[in-house]
Ligand binder design. Sequence first.
Ligand code: PLP
Ligand code: MN
Length: 380
Amino acid sequence: ASGAPSLQRILRRPAEPGMALAQIETPALLVDLPALDRNIARLAAYVQSQSPGVRLRPHAKTHKSPDVARRQIAAGAVGVCCQTVGEAEAMAAAGIADILLSNQIAGAGKAARLAAIAGQSRLSVCVDDPAQVALLSEAALAAGVTIHILVELDVGGARCGVQSAEAARALAELVQSTPGLGFGGLQAYHGRAQHMRKPQERKAAIERAILLAGEAAAKIRAAGIACDTVTGAGTGSFEFEAASALYTELQCGSYVFMDADYARNERDDTTAMPRFEQALTVLTTVISTPLPDRAVCDAGLKAMSLDSGPPSLQLHPGLDYAGVSDEHSTLTMHAPATLRVGQAIHLVPGHCDPTVAMHDWIIVHDGKRVLDVWPVTRGW
Ligand code: PLP
Ligand code: MN
């Protein structure tokens, strides 16, 4: 009875509203709320003005946070995308009414969990194989629900998706004739286009995606099947899908936080494209200054993802990011001894989505004080 600490103790809130940022123990994940809200408002305003009628369905894998999802929906989003069944369960449990699992599933267990979600929220999921159709149908019938189905077409992302318009039509016909399922349209997301550095490269990649998705939609419609939804797009490319007159829905995720890697994409400043701010930081503390030009702080590979490059030190001019290990980052000081033990550093993560998934809480602030603490629904 004296042994294990309770789960509540392990998942204790790391901060309370009103606390000064200086009191937060590190490493910690922070979101600047005014910047987050500006990002949400900017994308919503862009879509409303440039392509009215195109729906926004932000990707919740970026934040895994019903609190962020609710702010996106309050700004006009129709619902969210999720990438895992666990994310979808968390969003449904929080009352998000319209969820797209922008991914395939395998296994009767996952299908049953999706059918359970479909009893609470409108639930759509992608397929690219008759085996998934059979699984989802069985689960939907057993639960007495309808699961909405999008056929995923590979439009250049080289990940999931059927490989031709003809294959998309065949799978759409199968879905249409399978009980428990409703055919909704096409998933046509081009992941590889998002981080192409030049706007012209991104434009060319999405032009090809529009061509392929348009062919598939036409074939499906020619078979007498309604193809109401064509969904895709991310933070790097959405201006092109939004203007396509084909895509009906945009799935941007990273725009809410904006990672350091997206900031390396080149912009075309002649367009009305919104500028998104880097709202997410990993707060870390200098724990050692063993040399005049070296500071070591307490956030490493277990507090942020470096898969898209190191974090940015743009908030701290005069420092270079020199190295990382599990629980440490090593910084080089241009001017010797500018940092002392105990000083706080804000790192802008290279890639937000996997960074968020390393944390249990998002500490929400206004640059001075803690405003709120939001749970990250990882581990669902
Ligand atoms: N849609 C799908 C299917 C994705 O996999 C992703 C991210 O990889 C997104 C949308 C969102 O992209 P981003 O975070 O670049 O806006
Ligand atoms: Mn990502």
